[in-house]
Design a protein around this ligand. Structure first.
Ligand code: RB5
Length: 144
């Protein structure tokens, strides 16, 4: 899969470890920045990744900011994006099995690089269960 990856300055410290976990799992990274710890606005970077996903330039996206909260708010504003803020492997697994997450969100000031890499690996390898979960996702699409 092609995975779009974007972060702000608060998420920058996790970008390389996340990139490593994605490539180690056999997937390709499209790095959308940011490229330093200079202060930037997280909606700009969420927007870059969301646009890439919506236009078919990648199959899923990973967003990182300091807490993961700002990126979550941005991602879940957009129809068709199922953004899931995950802090451990369990939530990452559930995000895929039950929520068909197409947008993983991480908080670099909340978790360390080892936990982040575990999350990424689980999120990339776990499949959606469908069934009753699909009808719930369809109801989400009807909300807006
Ligand atoms: C940046 O200081 C910080 O506000 C941002 O990375 C994120 O945590 C916002 O929700």
């Amino acid at each position: 899969m092609k995975i779009g990856l974007a972060c702000d300055h608060g998420g920058y410290s996790l970008k390389d470890p996340v990139k490593e976990a994605i490539t180690r799992s056999g997937h390709e990274v499209v790095d959308l920045g940011t490229h330093s710890t200079d202060s930037v606005d997280y909606p700009d970077y969420a927007g870059k990744a969301i646009r890439l996903l919506k236009t078919g330039g990648c199959e899923r996206i990973v967003l990182i900011c300091g807490t993961g909260i700002g990126m979550s708010i941005c991602a879940n504003r957009v129809k068709g994006i199922r953004g899931t803020l995950c802090h451990d492997a369990f939530t990452a697994r559930m995000a895929r099995q039950h929520n068909d997450s197409n947008c993983l969100i991480l908080g670099a000031r909340v978790i360390g690089s080892g936990v982040a890499q575990d999350i990424v690996e689980v999120w990339l390898t776990t499949t959606f269960e469908g069934g009753r979960h699909q009808s719930r996702l369809s109801k989400i699409d009807e909300l807006a």
